[in-house]
Design a binder for this molecule. Sequence first.
Ligand SMILES: *Cc1c(COP(=O)(O)O)cnc(C)c1O
Ligand code: SF4
Length: 353
Amino acid sequence: MNNWKNILQESITSPSQLHLFKKKHQNLNETISNKVIPDFPMRINSYFLSLIEEVGDPIWKQCIPDPREEEDFICMEDPLGEEALSPVPNLVHKYPDRALLLVTNQCAVYCRFCTRKRMVGTERMHITEENLQACYDYLRRTPAIREVLISGGDPLLLADDKIDHILSELQSIPSIDVIRIGSRVPCTLPMRITPELVAILRKYHPLYINTHFNHPRELTPEAKKACALLADGGIPLGCQTVLLKGVNDNAQTLKELFLGLLKMRVKPYYLFQADLTRGTNHFRTTTKTGIDIMRQLYGHISGMAIPRLALDAPGGKGKIPLSPNYIKESGENLIFENYLGEICSYPEAVDPL
Ligand SMILES: *Cc1c(COP(=O)(O)O)cnc(C)c1O
Ligand code: SF4
């Protein structure tokens, strides 16, 4: 049953290996460039590969290398300026009260649109026990940090005892109130979520997990089971979706995704405008696309299912919410449009006198 390690071991790491799966997917032998692999590694485990139904579908686009990755002269290596914001290697301290801790360079699938594309699965992201100790020391001497986000790579690809160790180090720092793990494993390798793992995680409450689903086809019985195990462990689940051209850049697909997540006890948290990461320019939509989609969600589906649309500003300037503009006029009366496009007004409060 506990076969996630085998599934991971059977991952394919070059386009030429796709022929192994040709029997199932007649079309999978499209010419796929090997060219991008030295720069941007490929890994697709057999579970995620099995979700592909045809060439160019939304699952395919997320994980199969595309020659356009090498033709991107617009985007940047480190769009969020994370290196400049690292007081210690592999720790990013951007906001005053929270910090991001990178604990591994491994993922269950290397997503073609990844923001840390320059590092994941490569030696450019090198994490050692001494390095992690230096991060814990920084967190200990910086008590303004109340929340630590554990990311990577995918933290839940580490072995159970390693995860247990990192969490216990963080829990022993008195100024840390909340631990948040960012992991795509519930989507890309759901069998990694075992009862044994949940038993470890639940020792460290308040512990939150933000996972990452991008398309309703990822909401499989396996993914549902993984999220149910985590939710039953008392772990609040959020989802950080990336808005991706040709994958999910329309209201219908995202409605289905967000309502499906809500049914799995996963609260959509962010919908991200794609970052300016080198090798991912072909996934970017205009900001108008995202804002128009949000207008088709607000009021039309449960507010519980609606994430915040945000852009992570280049150069480490932080996340900026993007919202449709409902306000038409301000003054004594605020004039605005509602979700149906009707014009409404609200009288402003006036100081008594
Ligand atoms: C996104 C991010 C956070 C968390 O931001 P929230 O808005 O709290 O989700 C923290 N640190 C860094 C460096 C980030 O990129
Ligand atoms: S799982 Fe996350 S960190 Fe890993 S490649 Fe995908 S987007 Fe990047």
